[in-house]
Design a protein. Structure first.
Length: 224
């Protein structure tokens, strides 16, 4: 039985996609462009939420951070709140959205896949909703496209490397004579990139790199 591994390709408008290992993903809540506070100790029953929002419609002014506690005290609710950041873990509790001017159950918010990495100076956060995500299954074995430049084995420049994998499935569909090219770098902050190719495209890619296509394809086809 062949050994394989699963990867995700996150594509925007570039030719090469960002390569993501599904094991590195976290289920999180994207609150960018939001202004929300959460009351973690208040059980958000449907009855409570409906009552609070109904009474909100009777107010002449919108709630703000200065008067929301007074509003809740009028409903015999007195508890602490926390400001939500751009990234939150799935959680429960009563919440209030200052943009939409409504109370809601925080656990009703949709989760998204978050991929984070250190670029050498800061943490970078990527959300799957901002990309077209393709799931692939590829061989464990790979074939290096690196050649010796007199000092190091590289493809495309110092510290840059490329590897070819055999692709078995794409979004659950079986693939035949198709490949995945992985581009990596030893430079700090670089994120692995990749591109899917059929046999013809891979041959052309090898030609552009100045590789012996016959010799390389002979070895690449041995991948299992």
């Amino acid at each position: 039985m062949k050994k394989t591994k699963k990867l995700q390709l996150w594509t925007s408008n570039e030719e090469f996609a960002m390569v993501v290992d599904p094991e590195d993903l976290e289920k999180s809540i994207d609150l960018r462009n939001s202004d929300i506070i959460r009351f973690p100790e208040i059980e958000p029953s449907n009855e409570l939420i409906e009552k609070l929002n109904e009474d909100l419609t009777k107010r002449e002014e919108s709630l703000n951070i200065d008067n929301i506690e007074d509003f809740l005290e009028e409903h015999k609710i007195k508890d602490y709140f926390v400001f939500c950041s751009d990234i939150e873990e799935p959680n429960k509790g009563l919440a209030y959205d200052f943009y939409n001017h409504e109370f809601f159950d925080f656990s009703d918010l949709e989760e998204d896949n978050l991929y984070s990495f250190w670029n050498g100076s800061n943490w970078i956060y990527k959300w799957s909703e901002d990309y077209v995500v393709t799931e692939i299954e590829v061989s464990i074995d790979r074939y290096s496209l690196d050649e010796f430049d007199g000092r190091n084995y590289t493809t495309g420049g110092i510290g840059l490397h490329q590897y070819v994998y055999k692709k078995y499935t794409e979004d659950g569909e079986t693939c035949i004579d198709e490949y995945f090219v992985l581009c990596t770098s030893q430079w700090q902050g670089h994120v692995d990139e990749g591109i899917l190719m059929n046999e013809g495209q891979l041959v052309n890619h090898l030609k552009k790199l100045g590789r012996d296509t016959e010799e390389y394809m002979k070895e690449i086809k041995k991948l299992e």
